[in-house]
Design a protein around this ligand. Structure first.
Ligand SMILES: NC(=O)c1ccc[n+]([C@@H]2O[C@H](COP(=O)([O-])OP(=O)(O)OC[C@H]3O[C@@H](n4cnc5c(N)ncnc54)[C@H](OP(=O)(O)O)[C@@H]3O)[C@@H](O)[C@H]2O)c1
Length: 293
């Protein structure tokens, strides 16, 4: 581990999809930061990153969060979407306020809305409101469906050349997590992003059938998308041991996609980073080895 200067940025969710990418990019830009993890032993990749200091903290243990926030000015707030997420994130906001944090960059979600039928979108909107009420500076990142979410289907893609979801032929402006992380890094390191909401999408809205086409082209093997009923998708999630609350939330999420509510394309990524976002073809080319065998 190498650090330089005083780290005033804290990354939570640092071992996850987005947090790992944010950490890698901060490190590459030589920005000193602290990565909060539940188990320092497990955090092998983070430990190898220059400019990264590991701190331990658990969202369910307020004292550990307060300790992790010592000396922090800017925090990246991300938890996974469980039934505890609203409380975990709200408690974090309160601890951040008490600890003298100036700015929270919150990982939210496309179409966050307190009145949404999608539970994830309701809790994200409630936490956004708590951050606003706390009068801390905020940046809300509201990304659409992650392209890398397709990696969750790689089991059936590799074994059967198929993936399944209850989404019909809806177009979705899915976004690459590398772009979400680039926006997060800009927001964490520049005051011009205070009190902004960024709606993060890929450069085009495409159907799951089109995604299958790009994956087939990239891997050189036939990959087909099969539309299924919400009931059948729910059963598959439960069989895959997803907790019921999360599985129900995913069904609500896919119903929202199926209604065509996630098809708008924005240019927020380009505006913030100066670079065009990755398209699905680039994602498929860059990750093809994971879908191929
Ligand atoms: N998937 C999508 O398409 C999509 C689209 C838009 C928005 N989002 C939002 O993105 C977020 C998920 O991002 P992600 O995919 O990067 O998450 P992820 O890969 O599931 O990572 C979750 C992170 O939270 C940490 N964590 C879990 N419980 C914790 C606890 N009690 N204390 C401390 N840390 C804890 C995990 O650490 P451990 O390693 O210790 O488990 C991990 O680092 C959600 O808020 C979701 O709503 C997702």
């Amino acid at each position: 581990m190498e650090t330089s200067g005083k780290a005033t940025i804290l990354i939570t969710g640092a071992t996850g999809n987005i947090g790992t990418e944010v950490s890698k990019q901060l490190s590459a830009e030589k920005v000193p930061f602290k990565a909060m993890v539940r188990s320092a032993e497990e955090a092998k990749l983070l430990k190898s990153l220059p400019y990264c200091e590991i701190v331990t903290g658990n969202f369910d243990d307020t004292a550990s969060i307060e300790a992790a926030l010592q000396g922090i000015e800017t925090a990246f707030l991300l938890t996974n979407s469980t039934e505890k997420a609203e409380k975990q994130q709200s408690d974090f906001v309160e601890a951040a306020k008490k600890s003298g944090v100036k700015h929270i960059v919150k990982q939210s979600q496309w179409a966050a809305d307190q009145h949404s039928p999608v539970r994830f979108l309701r809790y994200h909107a409630l936490v956004e409101q708590r951050i606003k009420d706390s009068e801390l500076n905020y940046t809300f990142l509201r990304p659409n469906l992650f392209m890398q979410g397709l990696l969750g289907f790689k089991g059936t893609i590799v074994e059967q050349g198929k993936f399944f979801a209850a989404v019909g032929e809806a177009k979705i402006s899915a976004v690459d997590i590398r772009d979400i992380a680039s926006v997060a890094v800009k927001a964490l390191t520049g005051k011009e992003h205070y009190n902004k909401i960024y709606n993060l999408t890929g450069p085009a809205a495409i159907t799951h059938q089109e995604m299958a086409g790009y994956l087939s082209e990239a891997t050189g093997k036939a990959i087909t998308f099969i539309d299924v009923s919400p009931e059948s998708m729910m059963q598959a999630l439960l069989d895959a041991k997803f907790p019921e609350w999360m599985a129900e939330g995913l069904i609500e999420d896919y119903a929202h996609y199926a209604r065509g509510e996630a098809a708008v394309v924005t240019d927020d990524i380009k505006k913030v980073t100066g670079k065009a976002p990755y398209d699905f073809k680039s994602f498929a080319d860059d990750y093809k080895s994971q879908f191929a065998n």
